[in-house]
Design a binder for this molecule. Structure first.
Ligand SMILES: [Zn+2]
Length: 320
């Protein structure tokens, strides 16, 4: 997962604070209850002394130690029962003095043993989502908000889109470092960006490093690196687990951009790193736009998902 060191540190501090607050909150609740119900305090004081009592019994010698400890344990159980009855009597919940962590799995430490807890990973994923390049698209676009209704006036298109949605969802849910490549092909306004954003979201949430950008921005970065010496600007396009190139064909067409595209696709294919490409061009147009070297890779190594139907943006305008 791609996240910045400062994000990690910030989340770590937030977790420490959460934990300290949860403990302080429980202490305050307990102090309140002790003040109102001194008999509960008396029991809690005795319960707290149990471990000290066990130690002092142990120091008295081995003779009859087992029985003495057993007696202490029985006392302890009896006190716990008595406490339970008192809480019930005063109408207090059984857990009224417990520490209430936001994540019971890791007690808000963010870790289960040496492994990062799911709650900590989810916080890091939020940061990764913010730095993925998806920005505002994430707010509206997900598999849940993809509406097949817009394809319903043509049965074939509807069935195609239903299958495309399922296939994309599977791709996202099962994404691993060797998941292959997708090309979303079809005219503008049919949900290609929506589908690729939805894939990105799920893949990021599953802990992978995703970079999403338009072809225009990507090749502009290649240009800056080459001609303005801004080193390292394009590293992320080569290194991320999943690269999503939106709107291929919209970039400025130069021999330089074409050779960058070839290099990018080829390098990623050779290292089994996945790519998703969206384009408004059909296969013949792509063949005209790019060299055979590129199109043979696009059509040989990418699963193609075809989008057909009526422009959703236009349909939305008509509904309004
Ligand atoms: Zn947790």
């Amino acid at each position: 997962m791609s996240y910045k060191r400062e994000d990690f540190d910030r989340i770590k501090t937030e977790f420490e604070n959460k934990r300290v607050n949860a403990i302080a909150d429980a202490e305050a609740r307990t102090a309140d209850i002790h003040k109102k119900y001194p008999e509960i305090k008396a029991i809690d004081d005795k319960l707290r002394a149990t471990s000290i009592n066990i130690m002092s019994e142990a120091m008295k010698g081995k003779d009859g130690l087992e029985e003495r400890i057993k007696a202490l344990e029985e006392d302890n159980l009896a006190l716990q029962e008595e406490r339970k009855t008192l809480l019930q009597k005063y109408g207090l919940p059984a857990d009224c003095t417990d520490i209430k962590y936001q994540c019971p799995d890791c007690s808000d430490t963010g870790y289960k043993g040496l492994k990062m807890c799911h709650c900590f990973k989810a916080e890091l994923a939020k940061c990764a989502l913010n730095s993925s390049g998806l920005g505002n698209l994430l707010k509206e676009q997900s598999f849940e908000t993809f509406n097949l209704m817009y394809y319903k006036d043509n049965k074939q298109n509807f069935e195609n889109m239903k299958a495309a949605l399922e296939r994309s969802n599977n791709y996202a849910q099962c994404f691993s470092k060797n998941s292959g490549n997708l090309m979303l092909l079809g005219p503008t306004g049919l949900g290609k960006t929506h589908i690729s954003t939805s894939i990105a979201k799920v893949v990021i949430e599953n802990g992978f490093d995703v970079v999403y950008d338009s072809a225009q921005n990507i090749f502009s970065d290649f240009g800056k690196e080459e001609f303005k010496n801004q080193n390292g600007l394009t590293d992320k396009y080569f290194n991320c687990d999943l690269l999503i190139i939106d709107d291929l064909g919209s970039e400025m067409h130069t021999p330089f951009s074409v050779s960058c595209l070839y290099n990018l696709i080829n390098t990623r294919l050779n290292s089994n790193k996945s790519i998703i490409i969206n384009t408004n061009y059909n296969s013949d147009e792509l063949r005209k736009l790019y060299t055979d070297r590129i199109t043979s890779r696009l059509f040989g190594f990418f699963d193609i998902i075809l989008f057909a139907g009526k422009d959703i943006r236009m349909q939305k305008l008509q509904i309004r």
